[in-house]
Design a protein around this ligand. Structure first.
Ligand SMILES: [Zn+2]
Length: 68
């Protein structure tokens, strides 16, 4: 209810890639994520799974690049 008046108070809950970050509101505990377009989306279980794959993919690609 507070959030509808004052807006959410998001804290970073997970950095997926440098461009995609998951946030959690300290007040109502709702979760959002930035999508590759830089906009905020409600973090659905589906998006959470996409972010998990994205993080995994990014980590692998990044470590490969570091090795090469
Ligand atoms: Zn909130």
């Amino acid at each position: 209810m507070l959030c509808s008046v004052f807006g959410h108070r998001y804290r970073v809950s997970k950095e997926v890639t440098p461009h995609v970050t998951e946030y959690k509101c300290e007040v109502c505990q709702c979760e959002t994520t930035t999508n590759p377009n830089g906009r905020l989306d409600v973090l659905t279980p589906e998006l959470k799974e996409i972010n998990r794959v994205l993080a995994d993919f990014y980590r692998k690609r990044h470590s490969l690049r570091t090795v090469a």
